[in-house]
Design a protein around this ligand. Structure first.
Ligand code: ZN
Length: 221
């Protein structure tokens, strides 16, 4: 009786082992597939510059070999010729953020066109390349504005509120805790606290396996 019981247990153990061996490669395949297809990519975008802090940001980006997207104001770009040229030479994306940051809803069609066209001409004359990316001031746009621009409108899906918080640690914490794959992060390179936060965000998210892309590269994905 005892021997019969022992035999049964032995058969069960062998059967379970065979099952486990058969199941293992399948699970490993699934895991590998997930690792291969999940890509943690985000884009950092900076509005309202260039400013006196932009060079500091460009230095930090160069050290980290990270490319970002700048949505510049025409009025600031024409006063910061060298910074704009450097952005372009170092491989960052330059987009149009109007000439003077007015609320486009309050402007006539001609005024809207001028805000955009003037900035495009400034960007092209400094960098030698035209841009097809536009971010309206305050993110406000409608069909009329869209038709007038004839450009790709780029907004964001993660607002850092850096202009309001003005505290590097808090801005970094906000982004690191809410970031997702595909986040287009809105920042402003006109505050020192934002520049510091941006570099900390890059370091922290790179540790977590994130890759930073220009917004045009992110959209292709
Ligand atoms: Zn803005």
């Amino acid at each position: 009786m005892k021997r019969k019981c022992f035999k049964s247990i032995l058969i069960i153990i062998i059967a379970l082992s065979i099952l486990a061996i058969c199941k293992l490669p399948q699970e490993q395949t699934v895991f590998k597939e997930e690792a291969r297809t999940s890509s943690k990519v985000v884009a950092l975008t900076f509005d309202d510059g260039p400013s006196r802090y932009t060079s500091m940001l460009l230095d930090g980006l160069k050290e980290r070999d990270v490319k970002v997207s700048f949505f510049v104001l025409g009025s600031k770009a024409e006063k910061n010729y060298e910074i704009l040229k450097r952005m372009s030479d170092e491989g960052h994306l330059i987009g149009n953020h109007t000439y003077s940051h007015k609320n486009l809803y309050r402007l006539s069609a001609e005024e809207i066109f001028n805000e955009i066209d003037k900035t495009n001409l400034i960007i092209e004359s400094i960098t030698g390349t035209s841009t097809k990316y536009f971010r309206p001031s305050y993110g406000l746009y409608n069909q009329k504005i869209e038709e007038l621009t004839n450009m790709k409108i780029i907004l964001w899906n993660l607002d850092t509120l850096d202009w309001k918080i003005k505290n590097s640690k808090q801005i970094t914490r906000r982004v690191v805790s809410t970031v997702k794959d595909g986040s287009i992060i809105l920042m402003h390179d006109i505050y020192k606290t934002s520049v510091k936060a941006a570099l900390d965000i890059i370091d922290k998210l790179q540790e977590k396996g994130y890759t930073f892309l220009r917004v045009d590269e992110l959209l292709i994905r």
